[in-house]
Design a protein around this ligand. Structure first.
Ligand SMILES: Cc1cc2nc3c(=O)[nH]c(=O)nc-3n(C[C@H](O)[C@H](O)[C@H](O)COP(=O)(O)OP(=O)(O)OC[C@H]3O[C@@H](n4cnc5c(N)ncnc54)[C@H](O)[C@@H]3O)c2cc1C
Length: 412
């Protein structure tokens, strides 16, 4: 039990969270500090096409492999895949601790634990035997990386509008189409790509979409352009094209025509991750703000003495505490086998909204200092603002919550 939360994490979860913190202090933070000039300088972080520089890609790989060796990278990966088999409460609590500890200033921290859209997770539980033998070991060791290609230029919130087609070709298929916003596709070895395998069922929104594991060096596949966001000269998201890319039966993930369920399973993991990320970053931001308000003087007093500074921070603290409880509760419900669609939507949506307000307030509390790259609030704000769209926009989550209410789920 912490001072603020009236129930304790189970012993195994608490032990893993402490282990993750120790690992982050020993392996992640020192690597970031030793390389912060490379990582913080966008002229060095990216090459001239906007892709991460080879030294950056190597650092990301070092974090993944060190964490896999230490036993943390795959902590929430099902045991059937060789992972730690811990549930979503452990996943939530470990990520929350990482972001709380590292805040917006440690860019490498995001690679400490496998995330469904770059490494092993339950999303890969139903790959074929051949994929399990040939693809999973490299990913579980952190040596290789994947990405998840669901969104397309005409298919965002409504992912059933996917147009990438998998046309039968002998015993396999040929994929043609275009993906957009795919995080890490420029540096990943594999993509799980969603494609229409039964146009009639897909048009009727009754399945007809399948998931395929595609190597990013496949003939006919190309990353067309890195998408530059927030004024960055490069980034992780990119647009890619499939031009009759051949896929074989062993590359199918899960059941034919049922790939959408794979996507939804991943998005649920992403919602837990992003709830934890929002709360962890907010706790870090509030701690920085409280400390600064006790040091900084204006008009003969510490700024902590002005209610214009302290009351908004008190409101943020209240909201983050509520968000933390929502996240812990949603993860607990999911681990107990509940679908928790409403509760997970509430946790992700509220945590992100509360985090946006908190980080904005932290910037304001720090005056001009709040806008410097050095303090990390700008990086944290960008992160949180983007996840107000990724893994379900705030409006789509509100829609989901209200649909549950309309369906009679009024348990609050
Ligand atoms: C940083 C980042 C990383 C991403 N990474 C990936 C990735 O790795 N793989 C991947 O496949 N995708 C990825 N995405 C894409 C993401 O899943 C989509 O951006 C998201 O689903 C929203 O789709 P859209 O951007 O096309 O917006 P749209 O669906 O076009 O929505 C536009 C606006 O309309 C609103 N809207 C839409 N429908 C409704 C409705 N019914 N009611 C009310 N409002 C509505 C939305 O909330 C939004 O405000 C990423 C996005 C971001 C920002």
């Amino acid at each position: 039990m912490s001072g603020a939360i009236g129930f304790s994490l189970p012993d195994d979860v608490a032990a893993v969270v402490e282990g993750v913190e120790a690992f982050t202090r020993a392996e992640v933070i020192p690597r970031f500090e030793a390389n912060h000039e490379l990582l913080d300088d966008v002229r060095r972080r990216y090459d001239d096409k906007g892709r991460y520089a080879p030294e950056v890609v190597d650092l990301i790989r070092q974090i993944r492999t060190a964490s896999a060796r230490a036993g943390y990278f795959n902590l929430a990966v099902p045991e059937s895949m060789g992972g730690g088999g811990l549930g979503l409460l452990a996943y939530y609590a470990a990520w929350e601790r990482i972001y709380h500890l590292c805040g917006g200033t440690n860019w490498l921290a995001q690679f400490t634990i496998s995330h469904w859209a770059f490494g092993p997770s339950r999303v890969l539980e139903r790959v074929t035997e051949r994929a399990a033998a040939e693809v999973l070991p490299g990913m579980m060791a952190g040596e290789t990386m994947m990405c998840f290609g669901m969104s397309e230029p005409d298919a965002g919130s409504d992912a059933t509008m996917i147009r990438t087609r998998a046309v039968p070709d002998g015993d396999g298929w040929r994929l043609s189409g275009r993906k957009i916003w795919t995080t890490h596709v420029p540096i990943a070895e594999w993509m799980i790509a969603l494609a229409v395998t039964d146009p009639e069922r897909a048009a009727a929104k009754r399945g007809g979409i399948s998931a395929f594991l595609v190597p990013t060096n496949a003939e006919g596949f190309a990353v067309e352009q890195i998408i530059r966001m927030w004024g960055e000269p490069g980034g992780s998201e990119a647009e890619s094209v499939f031009d009759e890319v051949r896929v074989e039966p062993w590359q199918l993930v899960g059941e034919l025509h049922e790939g959408f369920a794979i996507g939804l399973s991943g998005v649920s993991l992403g919602r837990i991750y992003n709830s934890a990320r929002a709360v962890g970053l907010s706790r870090w931001a509030i701690e920085q703000s409280v400390a600064y308000s006790q040091q900084r003087e204006a008009f003969g007093h510490k700024i902590a003495e002005y209610q214009g500074v302290s009351f908004p921070l008190a409101d943020c603290a209240t909201e983050i505490h509520a968000a933390h409880l929502l996240g812990l509760n949603a993860a607990t419900l999911l681990d107990a086998g509940h679908r928790a669609i409403k509760e997970l939507s509430m946790a992700k949506s509220y945590s992100v909204q509360a985090a946006l307000r908190t980080i904005e307030r932290a910037m304001q509390t720090h005056g001009a200092m709040g806008f410097t790259n050095e303090l990390g609030f700008v990086e944290a704000y960008h992160t949180i603002r983007a996840i107000n769209v990724a893994d379900g926009t705030n409006e789509i989550l509100a829609r989901t919550i209200f649909q549950r209410l309309l369906g009679g789920d009024l348990d609050l």
